[in-house]
Design a protein around this ligand. Sequence first.
Ligand SMILES: NC(=O)c1ccc[n+]([C@@H]2O[C@H](COP(=O)([O-])OP(=O)(O)OC[C@H]3O[C@@H](n4cnc5c(N)ncnc54)[C@H](O)[C@@H]3O)[C@@H](O)[C@H]2O)c1
Length: 440
Amino acid sequence: MDDDNQPATVTGRTRYALCGLSVRGISVFAGPLLGRPDRPPIAPDTAPYADAGELVAILDRDADRVEQYRVAVDAKVPWYSPEQFDRMVTETRPDVILVATPDHTHVDYVLSGLTAGLDVIVEKPMVTSAEDAARVIAAAQDSPGTVRVTHNLRYAPRHQRLRQLIADGAVGRVTSVELVWNVGARHGASYFRRWNRTRARSGGLSIHKSCHHFDLVGWLIDAVPEQVFAYGARNFFGADSPHNPGRELTAAERTEADPYRWYETASAADAGPVRDSVGLSYPDQYPQRLSAYDPEIDIEDTYSVVVRYRGGASLNYSIQFSAPWEGYRLAVNGTHGRLETDLYYDVEPLPPAGSTPITHYPLFGAGRAYPVDGEDTGHLGADPLLVADLFRPTGDDPLGCRADAQAGAYAVAVGEAVWRSIKDNRPVNIADLLRTEAGG
Ligand SMILES: NC(=O)c1ccc[n+]([C@@H]2O[C@H](COP(=O)([O-])OP(=O)(O)OC[C@H]3O[C@@H](n4cnc5c(N)ncnc54)[C@H](O)[C@@H]3O)[C@@H](O)[C@H]2O)c1
């Protein structure tokens, strides 16, 4: 704890402690409660949930970064270091622990929160291994606290409409799902210049990124994953990349020869500190700039996956992390029809947001297109709806958007099954990874 810490006030609002002052932690947790550093001067609408919740503590290993944030939003929230979790809980008495640290550390903060009897809201992926997921499920059963995983893609208007159509029987019994996801070259390269690029810290992209997609499909079709088979490789990044300019060049020559350089922002080409998208630096996490060709990169950037679900449906999924456009193609087939949707973003020239409809093709009869609106804000329009449901929930959750620990565990386990299947060239059972009866 630092010298500036003040005793928390008693306000009657829900009290939140944030573990991880990350970009994501600021955009969906700290920002809505306190304000964002990238939108000065701090206007009332930059902290739209300040009346509903109070950020009573920030735990982060980087004191400098926390101080930058506190100065930017003019708030004296107490700072704690990672080993001071228990002290933070005692001194600031939070109701809820928010977790937005690098993925491999989620398990520690989720388990500590549950041990303290508190509710936990954790960014995806819930943890980075099925073994840790099983520990979280067991701890949640023994705690009065609950676990909620912010699988935000459930909140995207397009996905909510799809879920409703499927639940209403638009395709009959779901038989198969087709999902092709492309991550644009600029976005894809960013994973390989940050902590996400090692399995030890992210679980690999089949967990870190694809957990979104495995959760989305399981939720859309309301089915439990049973078995996974996958192929995968690293084709674009790492030391053996076909785009690697080579280490014999000087740093400046390497940057100049790097084809992904075109996507760098001006500040990323400077010698200055690594800054995030809200303008804060990470003096502790990134004392120097990382290259997308560094030898420590040990994860795949290309996957082809088949998942079988309980009840007989299957998913055919592929993703690559260096594509000329970003977006996806999704289709859900059933005994009585098919639903299709495409979404392209981060494409030049950009198509108008929400311009592609969901199309319903009944097996017998006329098709119908459903336009989709509200996709022009964070993550396909999902984030504002997620944040509202976190901090000012209204009513029930009819579409089941609030992912619990079991849902978080399935998304992680499918992602782990992917890299294990690739490694061992065999199908992997989800129940074996979670060491529970699938469905739990
Ligand atoms: N739902 C989404 O769409 C979405 C999008 C982006 C990121 N995320 C998730 O959000 C989380 C944060 O990702 P990010 O890219 O914004 O992170 P980031 O790299 O911007 O920040 C990480 C922060 O954690 C701190 N930190 C590092 N190790 C720590 C430790 N052991 N204890 C406490 N603090 C520590 C760092 O100092 C830094 O402030 C991740 O779990 C990521 O998977 C989710």
